[in-house]
Design a protein around this ligand. Structure first.
Ligand code: ADP
Length: 708
């Protein structure tokens, strides 16, 4: 909208409001009973912005010029006075609209909330009314137009206040909800209240006070009606009726036949204004309290509806129980029963029956009915306490006594219940709804049917049992096969060792006894027969040790690996110190392991490192260990002849050798044995090596060993 149009529009409305105000001028007193222009001015600036201030200032100048034209003889005085009044009006309108925007409507867009109404009364109505009345009162008093400063300021302020209190809420009420609702009940209530008031009023006023106390009659009629209006009607109806009634009161006061305000101008006049203001304020406060209550109620109802729909449509069975009567019954029992509720009631069937009859099921949802295959909710709800309490009296009494002694949320319980002749497993959980802890009147029970779960669990258990039986059978078979194998290898080794021993024996007999009689070549062959049969005996011994290890159970104890390693080295080198080899041991941990097997690991690794050391150059054998929360990782490294890394996997297999038997003696079982020992402990082994540059053997032993 163009600014000029805004200015014109506000000026017109303001002018009209002033004209209405002049209708309420009391006799020739020159001050209105109420001044709607004060409210229009605030609204004008609120809705149309600062340009409206120009309209208010100019219109106010013109209006006040005509109002005070006859009061002033001096034109300059008149001009100064009306300018001061108009400036006051404009400032008041500006402050009022600012406060309306930033204080009253800042948090809630509605004027009709209790906090907004109170802020409105203070900032938007009272402060601007004070500004206009003080300026107007002072100006007219000092220019001699009005002799009584006090009553003038008073009634000026009250008129403006009334103007704002009536106009601003009226406009906001219609802006906030423009629709009109008519209701027959309200009309009936109105007729009833006014009829009753008129009837009783007739006796009170005609008999005792007479017609001249018209003010009291107005008070008598309007106050109860206004309170009723505030409670029953929406805001726009009340504010509209407020305007009408104040207009009516003013009309009667000014033009009424019996001139109830009397000849005295000031007091009755100000009383009338004050009274009207009081009425308006009361209406708005009562109404806003009521609106807030209604909103809370709506919120509550919505919450309840949400809860209901959740309750009804949950896939879990839900009940709402009421234990309040059962609680009262327990209250009435002597302490010895109360203190030992469960046991005492279980002993006494009569008490038990009494208790069950006091348990009420208030509601249950669809899922509950479906679970029980029932269709009639009401009849089923009546039987439920009996079904449940008698089905598992111990559980029922545990729940009740826990609640009675102040527990509000119980552990869930699994119950076995017969439904339609079939056993079902249910998980039940009870808890007291917040706010019902003292009387136990609302307890929510959730029930989950876990029958299928139980079935599945049972199936898994049977399958597990079957599997365990199978495993046990297979293990037994395996053990038997192992035993047979062990027996076989013992007998084989025994059978092999005896002829071998004989061969070796005869070969050495021949060389010793007939050494001089046989040719040199034959002697050499006999010696070779002896050596090879000895090698074969060693091979068989190693193989036997390897196969035995598979069956030997681990003897896990705490081992000090540092001293173990040192002892192994001492033993290995006590007879013959290896030349050129330096032995270095870093910090090694105490750990859980099989002492003799771990010793075997180091024996095999060290003897390899010594065996495969470089013959001419000096070298080092180093033992170290890194530990974390899961494993100890040992490393045995040497600077020996090494091998090609591509054989790193192969050397842990039985009989796999990389070096020539003539050059380096051995059976090819040592590392296979090491690997088996490490695996039996739950660890791993690997090697990194380079031809001519030495090898590093890494193996791990778990911190916690599963000795199975
Ligand atoms: P052997 O009795 O032949 O030593 P092992 O199982 O102990 O049997 O070792 C297998 C093969 O791995 C050996 O023949 C050798 O070729 C190689 N080997 C083992 N340890 C080392 C090492 N420290 N340095 C170089 N080669 C090694």
């Amino acid at each position: 909208m163009p600014i000029a149009l805004k200015i014109l529009l506000v000026a017109l409305i303001y002018w009209f409001a002033c004209w209405i105000g002049t209708l309420t001028f009391y006799k020739d007193f020159g001050i209105a009973i109420y001044w709607p222009a004060a409210g229009i001015a605030v609204l004008g600036v609120y809705f149309f912005g600062r340009p409206a201030l120009i309209s208010i200032f100019i219109t106010s100048l013109v209006i006040n010029y005509f109002i005070y034209l006859e009061g002033y003889e001096n034109n300059l005085h008149l001009l100064l006075s009306i300018s001061a009044i108009s400036i006051g009006n404009t400032i008041a309108a500006f402050i009022g609209s600012q406060c309306l925007r930033t204080r009253v409507l800042k948090n809630s867009r509605s004027l009709f909330r209790l906090d907004s109404v109170l802020l409105f009364l203070l900032f938007v109505a009272l402060i601007p009314a004070l500004i206009t009345s003080v300026t107007g009162g002072l100006v007219t008093y000092f220019s001699g137009v009005m002799p009584d400063l006090f009553s003038k300021i008073h009634s000026w302020m009250l008129a403006d206040l009334l103007g704002m209190l009536l106009i601003i809420p009226f406009v906001f009420a219609w802006v906030e909800s423009p629709k009109i609702h008519f209701n027959k009940n309200k009309l009936f209530e109105f007729l009833l209240i006014t009829g009753l008031l008129a009837f009783t009023g007739y006796f009170i006023f005609t008999d005792h006070l007479g017609n001249y106390m018209f003010n009291f009659m107005i008070a008598y009629f309007t106050t109860p009606i206004y309170i009723w209006l505030a409670l029953r009607f929406d805001t726009k109806a009340i504010s509209s009726l407020g305007i009408l009634s104040i207009a009516y009161i003013s009309f009667l006061a000014i033009y009424g036949g019996n001139n109830t305000l009397g000849e005295l101008i000031d007091k009755p006049y100000i009383m009338l204004q004050g009274f009207s203001i009081l009425i308006v304020i009361i209406i708005f406060i009562v109404h806003s309290i009521f609106v807030e209550r209604q909103q809370t109620l709506i919120l509550f109802q919505k919450g309840e509806e949400k809860y209901r729909s959740l309750f009804e449509n949950m896939p879990v069975s839900l009940w709402e129980d009421d234990y309040s009567e059962a609680k009262l019954l327990i209250d009435s029992w002597p302490d010895e029963i109360k203190n030992n509720l469960k046991e005492k009631v279980l002993e006494n069937p009569d008490l038990f029956r009494q208790l069950i009859s006091r348990i009420k099921i208030v509601d249950m949802n669809k899922s509950s009915l479906e679970l029980y295959g029932e269709t009639n909710k009401e009849t089923f709800m009546k039987c439920v306490p009996e079904i449940f309490a008698s089905g598992d009296p111990e559980a029922f009494l545990s729940v009740l006594s826990a609640f009675y002694t102040g527990t509000s949320n119980l552990e869930e319980r699994i119950m076995e219940v017969k439904i339609k002749r079939k056993i079902r497993f249910l998980t039940l959980r009870w808890f007291i709804m917040p706010g019902h802890e003292s009387d136990l009147s609302r307890i929510l029970v959730t029930i989950i049917d876990i029958t299928n779960l139980k079935k599945a669990e049972k199936e898994i258990n049977t399958l597990n049992l079957k599997l365990e039986k199978k495993v046990a059978k297979r293990t037994e078979e395996l053990n038997r096969a192992n035993q047979e194998l062990e027996a076989f290898s013992y007998s084989v080794s025994h059978d092999l060792k005896a002829p071998l021993r004989a061969i070796r024996g005869y070969a050495s007999l021949i060389t010793e006894e007939f050494g001089n009689d046989i040719p040199g070549a034959a002697l050499h062959y006999f010696k070779s027969i002896g050596q090879n049969s000895e090698k074969m005996t060693n091979l068989i011994t190693d193989l036997l040790q390897f196969s035995k290890l598979g069956r030997k159970s681990l003897d896990i104890k705490e081992v000090d690996s540092q001293s173990l390693v040192k002892n192994v080295w001492e033993d290995l080198t006590s007879l013959k110190k290896p030349a050129n080899i330096e032995f270095i041991v870093h910090d090694l941990p105490r750990l859980e392991a099989d002492n003799s097997l771990l010793t075997q690991v180091f024996v095999n690794l060290f003897s390899n490192s010594i065996k495969y050391a470089k013959p001419d150059s000096p070298g080092k054998i180093t033992v170290s260990c890194k530990s974390d929360s899961e494993y100890h990782e040992f490393c045995v490294s040497d600077e020996g002849i090494g091998f090609d890394q591509k054989h790193a996997e192969k050397i842990f297999q039985v009989f796999q050798r990389l070096h020539n038997q003539d050059e380096y003696e051995g059976s090819g079982v040592g590392l296979a044995l090491v690997k088996r020992i490490v695996h039996r402990h739950g660890g791993k082994i690997h090697v990194t090596s380079k031809k001519g540059a030495g090898s590093n053997f890494y193996f791990t032993i778990p911190v916690e060993i599963d000795s199975e």
